[in-house]
Ligand binder design. Structure first.
Ligand SMILES: Cc1cc2nc3c(=O)[nH]c(=O)nc-3n(C[C@H](O)[C@H](O)[C@H](O)COP(=O)(O)O)c2cc1C
Length: 182
């Protein structure tokens, strides 16, 4: 997270249950497509979104390790599902349940990513808000978090409960070794 933009305490819940926020990115997370619902809810026009890194809607309350987990999963060619607190252009908040999928060419090479997002229930928002608050405690204040280097974020991520989610095989092997030692 490089720039800390102002946020309001207002929640934008204008997304309907039957709507999807969709976007596509290149390999670096630069937006190549934004659907109308994305534009309406975020308050950005398609012209303002396309060509920008997806952190244009990043909310400063989101822990860095959540995105380290997301990218670690995607770069292994896997689908990532998570819940994200996003920031509208005017600083309001919108929460989404997102599934990100690698987009492949005919030879199976990853050429970009595709994301679809649904509205979240208030119960799920409350649960994730509490989880992210506890996860971001290790990252310091919002200002300190913005100054973390990639290496520092990776280190925090590797020692977090999110890492085994992207590496279930390693976690299983570790559990088996621990069992043998008992
Ligand atoms: C397909 C795709 C969709 C993404 N959607 C979002 C999103 O809705 N909100 C968000 O904050 N980051 C999203 N990201 C992650 C961003 O690229 C970025 O990693 C994140 O905002 C953290 O940015 P930072 O490392 O500059 O702090 C998405 C990435 C991909 C590949």
């Amino acid at each position: 997270m490089r720039v800390i933009l102002p946020v309001t305490q207002k929640i934008n819940d204008s997304m309907r249950d039957d709507e999807w926020i969709c976007s596509k990115t290149d390999l670096k997370g630069v937006i190549t497509y934004a659907n109308d619902v994305f534009c309406r809810v975020s308050g950005f026009s398609a012209d303002e979104l396309v060509g920008q890194p997806h952190n244009i809607v990043r909310h400063p309350d989101m822990p860095c390790i959540a995105f380290a987990w997301c990218w670690d999963t995607l770069s292994q060619g896997k689908e990532w599902r998570g819940q994200v607190k996003n920031r509208c252009k005017n600083g309001d908040t919108y929460w989404v349940d997102v599934t990100m999928t690698p987009q492949r060419d005919e030879e199976g090479k990853i050429i970009g990513y595709f994301a679809v997002r649904r509205k979240m229930t208030q119960d799920k928002i409350n649960e994730m808000d509490a989880l992210y608050k506890s996860l971001s405690a290790a990252e310091g204040s919002i200002e300190e978090r913005a100054k973390l280097s990639r290496a520092q974020i990776d280190e925090l991520y590797r020692n977090s409960p999110l890492y085994p989610l992207a590496h279930p095989e390693a976690a299983e092997a570790e559990a088996a070794t621990a069992e043998e030692g008992e």
